[in-house]
Design a protein around this ligand. Structure first.
Ligand SMILES: Cc1cc2nc3c(=O)[nH]c(=O)nc-3n(C[C@H](O)[C@H](O)[C@H](O)COP(=O)(O)OP(=O)(O)OC[C@H]3O[C@@H](n4cnc5c(N)ncnc54)[C@H](O)[C@@H]3O)c2cc1C
Length: 451
């Protein structure tokens, strides 16, 4: 690989995308949210208070209750910033508390809507159709409570099967968008659903993963059948490391079964923050290129992400005195992401790469490497999270790339845990989005990761 040529292509792509980012002026509401996020990320005490507040919102009985909790949490701050001090003054009277409660509820609802497309798949279809018309495909994700009983697992599986039907039925009438419908390996389903194995079984435990694997297998097989029969894509998300091997093995074993030789289109997730992710990449690529997956009619889609459970993995390992499974230096994680991007693109054909990142450098690297190594732009999919990646999504679609938004569906209560996770991610010190929103220069944002 000609590294100089690659780096120069990367810089060009990165600069073009940066120029295509929408200006804050066109998104006044988003600018308000960003200010709120800035405030939360710059004040650790406020951040902690807000996280505690967001956690109890679903349990609040009425607006007065909501305001009392908000004031209680904020009251624990030693030095509240001026807007918070003003809000607390309002909390002194019942009328003030009601007004404050209404404002807090509206704020949480507004924030949640930024990350969640609708309360049900049917309710989400309007937003998803709007995205499609703007040149953005989607993958749905059904939010839910943690699965602790067999009934809940069955209920989640039923909801997923219904969501597949709703998606297929609704997307059939959407206008043609050739860029979103095919790549050089063939057609891409319009309907795309992401599912979590931990929600398909209550038995997925670190100590005995095989039990959970066996229990989830039946429900996942049913969903694969439904996706195959309906012509939809089924993607299996990846969660924390304690279930990673069981989940990966389960997906690859099921997809290798004879009945899935011709479909459905399906995929899994590779997490680049894990130190052993190159071994995982070998396993997955080997399976797709000259292993059992080679007999399948559809390529295996691999969504490459850095990983959403970084703090969890770090704390868990330290608590048990284990060696830390994730990179601890951000640049090492970013460089590994680039290495894995290259390996997955080199396996194009049997493997379809979907890059799940909001980091302009990581995204531009994937586009540039794909081009320099002889791929078509249509052969790499760029994925963003609804709410976090909206500006990048707009820039990617406007620049002619294939982009897909990961769109959670669920009610406000189910959305809380999701919202907190996303807020934490967005306000962590090493986050690209935080650096970008704090005005880091384009040179800094596009620089080769260095420790
Ligand atoms: C469409 C889509 C689907 C996703 N699906 C999944 C999924 O199934 N499973 C999953 O786990 N995640 C998933 N994610 C979340 C994804 O892992 C995070 O959005 C991502 O890590 C943020 O990375 P970034 O490249 O956007 O941002 P960046 O700011 O470049 O990277 C932030 C990430 O770097 C890592 N990191 C942070 N600090 C350090 C450090 N000190 N040392 C080393 N590494 C560090 C963490 O992984 C952190 O999330 C998905 C994301 C998208 C866009």
């Amino acid at each position: 690989m000609d590294e100089a040529r690659l780096e120069s292509e990367l810089q060009e792509v990165g600069r073009q995308l940066a120029a295509a980012l929408p200006s804050a002026a066109r998104h006044p509401l988003k600018a308000v949210d960003d200010q709120a996020m800035d405030l939360a990320s710059s004040d650790q005490e406020l951040k902690a208070a807000l996280f505690r507040f967001v956690d109890v919102v679903p349990a609040c009985r009425n607006l007065d209750d909501l305001a009392r909790h908000l004031i209680g949490f904020l009251g624990e701050m030693d030095t509240p910033p001026p807007p918070v001090a003003a809000a607390m003054k309002m909390g002194g009277s019942r009328a003030g508390r009601t007004a404050l409660g209404a404002a807090a509820a509206a704020g949480v609802r507004h924030m949640a809507h930024r990350f969640i497309v609708g309360e049900s798949p049917r309710a989400a279809m309007g937003d998803l159709r709007g995205l499609w018309k703007d040149g953005v495909a989607a993958t749905g994700d059904l939010l839910g409570e943690a699965t602790v009983t067999q009934d809940e697992a069955r209920h989640y599986a039923t909801r997923c099967a219904e969501a597949l039907e709703t998606l297929v039925e609704a997307t059939a009438g959407w206008p043609e968008r050739p860029r979103l419908q095919e790549d050089s390996s063939g057609p891409l389903p319009r309907a795309n659903l992401s599912v979590k194995v931990s929600a398909l079984t209550p038995l997925l435990r670190a100590g005995a993963p095989e039990r959970g694997q066996r229990d989830a297998a039946g429900r996942l097989r049913e969903l694969l059948r439904a996706a195959r029969d309906l012509g939809a894509h089924l993607h299996i998300d990846m969660e924390s490391l304690d279930s990673r091997d069981a989940v990966t093995e389960l997906i690859l074993d099921l997809l290798a079964e004879d009945e899935f030789r011709d479909g459905p289109s399906a995929g899994l997730v590779l997490q680049a923050y894990l130190r052993d992710s190159p071994d995982m990449a070998d396993l997955v690529i080997g399976w797709a290129v000259d292993g059992p997956g080679a007999a399948r009619a559809q390529p295996l889609t691999v969504r490459l992400v850095k990983g959403a459970y970084w703090d969890h993995e770090l704390v868990e390992a330290r608590q048990h005195g284990w060696s830390v499974p994730v990179f601890e230096v951000k640049a090492d994680c970013d460089l590994n992401f680039e290495t894995l991007t290259r390996r997955l693109l080199d396996a194009r054909g049997p493997v379809r790469l979907a890059v799940g990142s909001h980091n302009l450098r990581s995204v531009a690297h994937a586009v540039a490497y794909n081009r320099v190594s002889g791929g078509e732009d249509s052969d790499v999919e760029l994925q963003v999270l609804r709410g976090l990646g909206d500006p990048l999504q707009e820039a990617l679609a406007a620049s002619g790339f294939r982009v897909r938004a990961y769109c959670p569906v669920g009610d406000l209560v189910a959305g809380m845990a999701y919202l907190v996770r996303r807020l934490l991610e967005n306000t962590s010190n090493d986050s690209f989005l935080l650096a970008q929103s704090q005005g880091a220069s384009l040179d800094e944002l596009l620089a080769r990761p260095a420790a």
